[in-house]
Ligand binder design. Structure first.
Ligand code: HEM
Length: 177
């Protein structure tokens, strides 16, 4: 009986440790032009993971109106083993700025990141609706336009994309159009 209890506790501790190391379990995934975005909607939080073959930035954007304009962008890179992630807004059709530089707030939380064999992965969470006017509120149901992009092999958010793609997804069901 005592042995069974100890085994049970050990299994539980292992499960908690595995979950802590690997973070959120993503439910859905979309891939285009070599960029993969995996996500899970958890109440009022979106857990996201974006990866691509670059040593520079990887990014996901949501709901632009014209090219990059009005989109909410999460960009990240890994420099010397340290991940950095930023919350930007498409203030032009061909450009974007940090929300906090525009007078809004940075609403992205870094969960983790890695750069391995030339592949960069960034994990983050964002609120579905941050209330910041420089983040469009995300809706779990209905259509969400998702932009995927990655930059050249430079740890800087300045150079533009090597590739970009646009998809329409349902964040709740994972359906991709
Ligand atoms: C990091 C700095 C960035 C710069 C300087 C930049 C610049 C530009 C420029 C000049 C264009 C128009 C010319 C072209 O098509 O190449 C463009 C288009 C576009 N960008 Fe960016 N961009 C950046 C980041 C991003 C990010 C992070 C995303 C999405 C996650 C993105 C998505 C797009 C899309 C979808 C278009 C094409 C729109 C269309 O023609 O329909 N860009 N960008």
């Amino acid at each position: 009986m005592k042995k069974t209890l100890i085994s049970l506790i050990l299994v539980l501790v292992c499960l908690i440790a595995i979950n802590t190391v690997h973070g959120a379990t993503y439910e859905h995934e979309v891939e285009a032009k070599g960029v993969t975005f995996a996500w899970k909607v958890d109440g009022d939080t979106l857990h996201g993971k974006v990866s691509a073959k670059t040593k520079g930035w990887v990014a996901v954007g949501f709901n632009p109106t014209d090219k990059m304009k009005d989109g909410n962008y999460i960009l990240g890179y890994v420099k010397d083993g340290e991940a950095e992630v930023v919350d930007h807004f498409g203030n032009k059709s061909t450009g974007h700025s940090a929300d906090d530089k525009l007078g809004g707030t940075s609403d992205v939380t870094l969960v983790g990141g890695s750069e391995d064999g030339g592949m960069t992965t960034i994990e983050f969470t964002i609120p579905m609706d941050s209330g910041d006017k420089y983040d469009s509120a995300l809706s779990a149901d209905g259509d969400t336009i998702v932009l995927l992009a990655f930059g050249p092999d430079r740890d800087s958010f300045k150079p533009r994309h090597r590739q970009y793609a646009k998809k329409t997804v349902n964040l709740s069901t994972g359906a991709v159009k």
